[in-house]
Design a protein around this ligand. Structure first.
Ligand SMILES: Cc1ncc(COP(=O)(O)O)c(C=O)c1O
Length: 379
């Protein structure tokens, strides 16, 4: 789409808002920087589709030789419709819908993550003989969006799980982890690599030689605070990984946020202003319920307006919905804005539009029932 910048003093772009402008060249530049930073490990890069599943973005990444980390059948179907071969897909969700495992296997996918016994039983039944990668519970210090607790087998259960997988005819292939999203602390990868290293060597001693270390996601993008560059992460992770796993290990990495966040700019328009208990409020046409759910987790986006040369005040920036939790920023530093003025939210390319159908998982269909529910259940 041709997005013409406007000359109007209050607006930046001639677009209907809210709208996410996505710069695909920037995404490919980020991929190149990532590959450069990790070159010595030669990891296969699997973009985490959940961060932003726009088909034009996926096609550009596919053309650049990137693989994909998927969490559902709809993501797989979309990627295969774009011509992505099954060998470029890793099914990294650790607890998968049974029907998704069956169809993914039938579609040729041969890489499944797991972290519990029930998943081993499901995979053995629905994807017999598949390669399986054990996700381990690792520390999440320094991560702005921790994923700990829900995912990852404790180290103490790792060998039993790998043995069980082998006994059920699956092929234990490697270990994986996720340090939590937007992880600013490089040493947290060291903590994780230490956990994986102990499991890796114990597995070898148990006669289960593993081949792959998947370094997961978590690389940060720059929002309102400075973050270490990808080259700094790459240099240190390289040192820790080679010292732990030795030569011959294969590597994979599953970046989401790092590849797409800073390639996206959300354009929103002021729809109203008010003064509440002496504080200015500014209402825009972008709701947290229409994509900005990370705001609930404390996220703030760098903002720009065409009136940034004017004095600024602390403003409550609110979405248009009829819910009082729909606040995009409780204390945004903004100039006085008028209805029709645009606000740009930078670094908004990741985890914004994807909540429309997060992980490719659908909202429930509404089934209208004619009989009272209690009786319908019995019938
Ligand atoms: C299994 C897996 N891999 C990769 C990612 C991408 O993480 P990030 O966006 O922090 O790079 C996620 C995010 O939730 C994930 O669950």
């Amino acid at each position: 789409m041709d997005v013409r910048p406007l000359c109007s003093p209050a607006a930046f772009y001639d677009v209907e808002t809210p709208c996410l402008l996505l710069d695909l060249d920037r995404v490919i530049g980020n991929l190149r920087r990532l590959r450069g930073a990790f070159a010595a490990l030669r990891p296969r890069v699997f973009y985490a589709v959940k961060a932003n599943g726009d088909p034009r973005l996926l096609a550009a990444l596919h053309a650049a030789g990137c693989g994909f980390d998927v969490a559902s059948l709809d993501e797989i179907r979309c990627l295969q419709a774009l011509g992505v071969p099954a060998a470029d897909l890793v099914f990294s969700a650790t607890v998968k819908l049974p029907g998704h495992i069956r169809e993914a296997h039938a579609r040729g996918i041969d890489y499944f993550a797991f972290d519990n016994q029930t998943e081993v039983a499901k995979l053995a039944h629905l994807a017999p003989g598949a390669k399986v990668v054990l996700r381990l519970d690792v520390p999440h210090r320094g991560s702005r969006w921790p994923l700990g607790g829900k995912f990852g087998a404790p180290e103490s259960e790792a060998i039993d799980l790998l043995r069980l997988a082998a006994a059920r005819g699956l092929r234990p292939y490697g270990v994986t982890f996720h340090v939590g999203s937007q992880c600013l602390r490089r040493e947290t990868w060291h903590d994780a690599i230490r956990v994986c290293g102990r499991v890796w060597h114990a597995a070898r001693d148990a006669g289960l030689a593993l081949q792959l270390v998947n370094l997961g996601g978590g690389l940060p993008a720059r929002y309102t605070e400075d973050v270490p560059g990808v080259a700094e992460f790459g240099a240190q992770i390289l040192q820790w990984a080679t010292a732990t796993f030795g030569p011959g290990a294969e590597y994979a990495i599953e970046p989401g946020r790092f590849l797409v966040a800073d390639a996206g700019t959300l354009v929103t328009t002021v729809i109203g202003t008010a003064e509440r208990q002496g504080k200015p409020w500014c209402f825009v046409d972008q709701s947290i319920y229409a994509g900005l759910l990370e705001v609930i987790g404390g996220w703030t986006y760098p903002m720009a307006t065409c009136k940034d040369h004017l004095p600024k005040r602390r403003v409550t920036l609110a979405g248009p919905s009829c819910d009082s939790t729909d606040i995009l920023a409780a204390d945004a530093e903004l100039p006085d804005l008028d209805v029709g003025d645009q606000i740009l939210l930078h670094t908004a390319g990741a985890y914004t539009t994807s909540y429309r159908e997060y992980n490719g998982l659908r909202f429930p269909e509404v089934v209208v029932v004619e009989a009272p529910l209690a009786r319908a259940r019995v019938a």
